[in-house]
Design a protein around this ligand. Sequence first.
Ligand SMILES: [Ca+2]
Ligand SMILES: [Ca+2]
Ligand SMILES: [Ca+2]
Ligand SMILES: [Ca+2]
Length: 475
Amino acid sequence: MNRRIKELIFTLSLLLLSSFYSHAQYISNIIEYRPAPGQYINAAPAGTPFSAQTVKDSITGMVNLGSFGGYIVFSFGEPVQNDPANPYGVDFTIFGNPLTYWSEPGIVSVMKDDNGNGEADDTWYELAGSAYFFSTTIKDYEVTYTDPEQASAADVPWSDNHGNTGYIYANSYNIQPYYPQTDSFPEINSNSYTLAGTYIKDSIDTSDPMQTRSYPRAFGYADNRNRGVAPYSLPDNPYTRTIENSGGDAFDIRWAVDKEGNYVDLESIDFIKVHTAVLANAGVAGELSTEITGAVDVPPDNTISGISDMIVIKELPPELNSREYQLEVFVYHMGRLQQGPEINWSANMAGATVDENNKLSVNSAGELNITATLASDSRVTASVSTIVTTAAVGINEMTAGSQIRIYPNPASSFVKISGLKEAEVSIYDITGHRLKHIKRYTENSSIPMADFPEGIYLFRISRNNISVIKKVIKR
Ligand SMILES: [Ca+2]
Ligand SMILES: [Ca+2]
Ligand SMILES: [Ca+2]
Ligand SMILES: [Ca+2]
């Protein structure tokens, strides 16, 4: 082979190699790890300074940030570009360990090294996720934790800057102290310290005694969405509720907002911070605390596209006790809030309507499910549900409403219903599947329950097109 061609091939392969290796695919540097107190802090595998180092160079590490405000700051080897050719606009993906109904959301902030000194001493911009505009979100939230000064696990007292106090509760599964200990975290004051940032309300559901749930946020939070499949550089579409490609939590630098909540345009960023966004206790599961297993810098790929609009509705309370309810509804395009797109509403219940100010009105009791559909794209929908109580709508026709009783409750082999002579009865599981339908039930006759698994069931008891819903626990 000609020497010049050989040299050319050699040069070309060097170029290819260097461009391959210079693409900083994984986290390469942990800049700071300052957890809040929590059941996994001060212990392997997730709560030590060494744990923080495990999320580098792969997505198979594990670090836990503790309760609200605990954080980690990291960087990739190179700046992360806000490249318009990135799939769905996604610039990086953070992986955690969520389950379908177990989200422990973390808020992500980004920083550009404006002064060029290589240090994270510039301005943080929060990536505004789907809960950012909810009325329950608190900016500049601060929580101060105090060391209970015990040699093993003890409740850690906290107080916030809104006058509330509480505890991070100790449990019997994790017996080490939960307050960061000086030998591992010398930079954390050994008596008390304060962590700050945006807070979002948790979405814990304890109605099923068998399984406490923490529902995922729509988009824009770490430790929120399940992992998909390799290659992990091809991201999820954050604007669908299904998991595409790598899954995990996809982030677009385009979502960045300043302190006043205005969107800012950043071409690239150098540092990423994740802090636990909730201050929540999930019973036996302990406090919610964000976990990270690694992160991937997403490379451009012009061939990928998908839905780019999303409707987000704030969850309804589990029971609605009023005839009217102000919904919080937001439409996003590429993750930025839009004003004015038209929404069409539908409901499973006659008489349930949503007006132009997103005020919900109901006039009958029962399970309510409402769906918003974007007028310009019927693929873009969002649904919320609740149980409208008889108290909400003041049912007089069914005077028995408050007197209807299901017994025994909790049930084991059967239940009976008293309070009305005759009714139509449907039994649903907690996911809304109808398991049984009795067209003509007569008062105090037995309904067998022995074949039902343990859990919560909803009994819809109807007469003359009016229904009441009652919960029954099967043990
Ligand atoms: Ca982007
Ligand atoms: Ca988790
Ligand atoms: Ca700097
Ligand atoms: Ca998706």
